[in-house]
Design a protein around this ligand. Structure first.
Ligand SMILES: NC(=O)c1ccc[n+]([C@@H]2O[C@H](COP(=O)([O-])OP(=O)(O)OC[C@H]3O[C@@H](n4cnc5c(N)ncnc54)[C@H](O)[C@@H]3O)[C@@H](O)[C@H]2O)c1
Length: 384
């Protein structure tokens, strides 16, 4: 694993817990973690259960006792690490968004294909049992023809203008702001549940244009005692409209300025025969409405997706004994282990990463041109 803070903790916890719940043909072994600060990475290795550590990620890639490289570093490092890992024949799990640019995402995809390694991107939210169950309902036609998806991803962790200038607020490290960081998850959800995007038009805003330089940061927290200010050159908030290839309409909003919303990843989908609603902060529940329910009983019902027929849920606890955020990672990594043993790259993989990146790029282009952008026109290589 390269990196060991927010996602480092989530991923290493999931690898450790996975064999406890799932029987896979291959089992993850926490062999080594890499970080640049020796004291920090040593402490992380001990706490997270890694056998060894390295202070340069290139050493991980050279080691022949390592089969899989897990990339949990800021976005500007993903391409270099993933390409080197693929060239050394290592399988890869990479955090989202795949890269800073569509060109880098394409180079990463080319490298994993050329070297025939297993690859996945960590869009973990689609692995909540309620989402997997929603997918099943949609595939079975229970919602009929899909007309609408409206998705919001609302956070509020940078609303204080004195919150420091962390890597997530610097274009050269992160690519884009709320768009690539959180709308990317809503886009993955939409592609998983509704289908491919045809065209988009968006708007982006940066409300706080400069912030104090950070002294330290990790995940969504940071400290600063500095009076030196730095420019914020990414979006604090983004919104966009979507026309899906299947004719459905999408309305999306992602912001870090929605006070009171800590991780409000939510959506509603409406079809000709029914509707569903989901809220990450109540992630075990799926609200479902079926138009053919009898008169007088019509309305949304709330299903707690913890039963045997809800995908992945049966591996955990008896019905009604809920699971949480960390289990979405365990479920994703179960697919990854299956992929490693079978030599396949389960979805979401780097191809999904490219599709997602095309949409992010199309939204940014639409903001620049103040118009609609056809997503396929962003595509760099036609047969991917
Ligand atoms: N799937 C999700 O829900 C989710 C949630 C949060 C973050 N992410 C993604 O995970 C990635 C990491 O985000 P985070 O919140 O864990 O960040 P973080 O700031 O908490 O941790 C980043 C880690 O990378 C290390 N690092 C930075 N540059 C490095 C380099 N050149 N070489 C080695 N290590 C380096 C840092 O020291 C730190 O350990 C990002 O791509 C982010 O978009 C995904």
């Amino acid at each position: 694993m390269v990196g060991y803070k927010f996602m480092g903790k989530a991923h290493s916890h999931a690898y450790r817990d996975l064999p406890f719940y799932f029987d896979c043909d291959v089992e993850p072994v926490l062999q080594a973690v890499a970080g640049r600060d020796e004291e920090g990475v040593k402490e992380a290795a001990e706490k997270m259960g890694f056998a060894t550590y390295e202070t340069d990620w290139r050493r991980l890639i050279e080691r022949d006792d390592i089969d899989l490289i897990d990339i949990v570093t800021p976005n500007n490092t993903h391409a270099e690490i993933a390409i080197a890992a693929a060239e050394a024949g290592k399988h890869i799990l990479c955090e989202k968004p795949l890269a800073l640019t569509l060109e880098d995402a394409q180079r990463m995809y080319n490298a994993v294909k050329k070297n025939n390694v297993v690859h996945m991107i960590c869009h973990n939210y689609r692995f909540a049992p309620a989402i997997q169950f929603a997918k099943k309902l949609i595939q079975e036609g229970r919602l009929g023809k899909i007309y609408h998806m409206r998705a919001t991803y609302l956070q509020d962790w940078i609303m204080d203008p004195q919150f420091p200038s962390v890597w997530r607020l610097k274009k050269e490290v992160t690519g884009s702001g709320a768009l690539g960081d959180i709308a990317a998850h809503s886009i993955d959800m939409a592609r998983f549940l509704v289908g491919e995007f045809e065209e988009v038009t968006g708007m982006m805003e940066t409300f706080i244009k400069e912030r104090p330089v950070a002294d330290s940061s990790g995940g969504l927290s940071a400290k600063s005692a500095s009076t030196v200010m730095e420019e914020v050159d990414v979006d604090d908030a983004s919104a966009f409209l979507v026309r899906f290839e299947n004719g459905a309409m999408g309305v999306f909003e992602a912001t870090r300025f929605a006070g009171g919303n800590r991780n409000g990843n939510r959506f509603e989908i409406n079809g000709s025969k029914g509707s569903i609603r989901w809220d990450m902060e109540q992630m075990n529940n799926l609200e479902v409405y079926f138009a053919d329910d009898e008169d007088g009983l019509q309305g949304f019902r709330n299903i707690t997706c913890t039963e045997e027929h809800h995908p992945f849920a049966g591996a955990y606890w008896p019905a009604g004994h809920i699971i949480g955020y960390e289990h979405t990672f365990i479920n994703l990594m179960t697919e990854l282990m299956k992929g490693v043993s079978e030599g396949t790259s389960p979805s979401p993989n780097f191809e999904d990463g490219i599709r997602n990146q095309e949409i992010l790029a199309a939204i940014e282009k639409s903001v620049e041109t103040r118009g609609w952008v056809n997503v396929k026109q962003m595509r760099l290589v036609e047969n991917v």
